[in-house]
Write a protein that binds this ligand. Structure first.
Ligand code: SAH
Length: 454
């Protein structure tokens, strides 16, 4: 059977795809239906039809799945932030574990029985876990100022100052900022015309330190009534840093290159395990501090350091993993592409009085090739690449350096599977795999993997 746009069909959801969308079949025709979960029987309308499959919109749930729950958030369907809020948390965890396993089998070429996967570690309380939020500011149809989140795959703003993934103080800060904009007649930035001032409100919160950072991203260099705004924001306990970030480009990159401090200091500090980190508006820092601690601890445990090892922390960001490892290793060499992150890593080493860690700026692959060419040795390699995963240049140099262990931290099961396939064909064996849920209600999966040289 073949379907066309606007056809209505009844389908039972049997599987879930990469992005958390439901998948079902009608007479051999596969339909992808966003906002459905396995076990739902739904009516759906085809929005885009291909020969053997199509994308459909949920019209009505005829029989809800036993795993379906009522999302806390009223905007769960429209908002692009979350994908799987309608699925019980327990089943979200099962979905992620399955997704990792499927990728290892399909892309990595592993046999199901040979995957040493531990049960995924979820959160006890999966709400309010994010330490960072970036709210776009705009206007609704009546011209009222709004702040919230982008709808899925678009740049239209859903007005919502109370997101259950973020910290509760976000709402209070947004209320203050928007009231200030109204009082001083400050226009929100308009993406289509490139006019207006306030683009985003970036808020960061240190879960351990309780320090708060507010950064207004503006299409200009100042904010009217700044003193007044500062005075109001300062009343919030923990306020530590208030700044502007200047972004005059017509781009959907959120932050511009230049910052301007309005009050307090340029960074907040937070701790993960034994290490304190300085975090500036621009820095990459894991967004879920509770699970990050578990993630890093698992990585360190897998490494089994004794105090003598030479350790490489590749794709090191601000040095988070390397600095924790430094306390248990002979020396740590970190490499990272982003210049600002490397600067932060060096400051973090100094502030924590760690003298056996050095950080270098550059492409991790090229760096490893040079190390291998010089005949240098490493005992343990931690690698935590971005979603695109690593590359053959890096992986082949790892093989040449022949560390006893490679600890791979991955935020994308597809590229993890691809890279593990390479390493397992080149003298490494996967010893353990530990998924950690860093992003409840979202479709992302984080995994730590221990590889041992055969
Ligand atoms: N390990 C860190 C950061 C992981 S995010 C942490 O846990 O916080 C991945 C990092 O890889 C980013 O900081 C990104 O800037 C960096 N990166 C991306 N491509 C790279 C490359 N080719 N070489 C080195 N680092 C790279």
């Amino acid at each position: 059977m073949e379907y066309k746009k606007n056809d209505l069909l009844t389908v039972t959801i049997e599987d879930m795809g990469h992005d958390g969308e439901g998948i079902g079949k009608v007479d051999g025709y596969t339909v992808f239906v966003k906002d459905t979960v396995i076990g739902d029987k739904v009516q759906a309308k085809i929005m885009k039809a291909k020969k053997n499959y199509g994308y459909a919109r949920l019209v009505e749930i005829m029989e809800p799945s036993k795993d379906r729950v009522e999302p806390r958030c009223a905007y769960a369907r429209q908002c692009g932030g979350c994908q799987i809020q309608a699925l019980s948390y327990e089943k979200q965890l099962a979905y992620k574990q399955q997704k990792i396993e499927n990728n290892l089998i399909r892309i990595g070429g592993f046999q199901k029985e040979e995957i040493p996967m531990q049960p995924i570690i979820g959160m006890e309380d999966p709400y309010h876990y994010r330490n960072k939020a970036q709210f776009p500011v705009g206007c609704d149809k009546e011209g009222h100022l709004i702040a919230g989140f982008y709808a899925g795959r678009t740049h239209s703003i859903i007005s919502n100052r109370k997101c259950y993934l973020g910290v509760e103080v976000n709402e209070q800060i947004l209320n203050l900022v928007l009231a200030h904009m109204e009082a001083y007649d400050i226009p929100a930035y308009d993406e289509t015309t490139g006019k207006g001032l306030v683009r985003h409100v970036l808020i960061r919160y240190g879960f351990q330190s309780k320090e708060i950072m507010v950064c207004l991203v503006v299409n200009g260099s100042r904010i009217p009534g700044a003193e007044d705004l500062i005075a109001k924001l300062r009343e919030i306990p923990g306020m530590t840093s208030i700044s502007l970030n200047i972004n005059r480009e017509k781009t959907n990159v959120i932050l511009g290159r230049k910052g301007k401090l309005l009050w307090g200091q340029e960074y907040i500090t937070d701790t993960i395990g034994p290490i304190a980190y300085q975090i500036s508006p621009q820095s990459f820092y894991q967004v879920n501090p509770v699970q990050t601690e578990i993630l890093y601890q698992t990585a360190i445990d897998y490494a089994g350091l004794t105090g003598k090892e030479t350790v490489i922390d590749a794709y090191c960001g601000i040095g988070t993993i390397g600095l924790i490892a430094a306390k248990k290793a002979g020396k740590v060499i970190g490499v990272e592409l982003n210049k600002d992150a490397v600067k932060d890593a060096r400051i973090n080493a100094k502030e924590n009085k760690i003298t056996n860690a050095a950080f270098y700026q550059g492409d991790a692959g090229r760096f490893m090739v040079e190390m291998a060419a010089k005949g240098e040795k490493a005992d343990v390699v931690f690698m935590d690449p971005p979603r695109a995963g690593s590359d053959e240049r890096f992986l082949s140099s790892v093989v040449k350096l022949s560390p006893k262990k490679v600890i791979y931290i991955s935020c994308n099961p597809e590229t993890l599977a691809r890279d593990l396939k390479y390493l397992t064909k080149h003298h490494y064996k996967v010893e353990k795999i530990q998924p950690v849920d860093m992003f409840p209600f979202c479709d992302h999966c984080e995994t730590v993997c221990e590889l041992v040289r055969k």
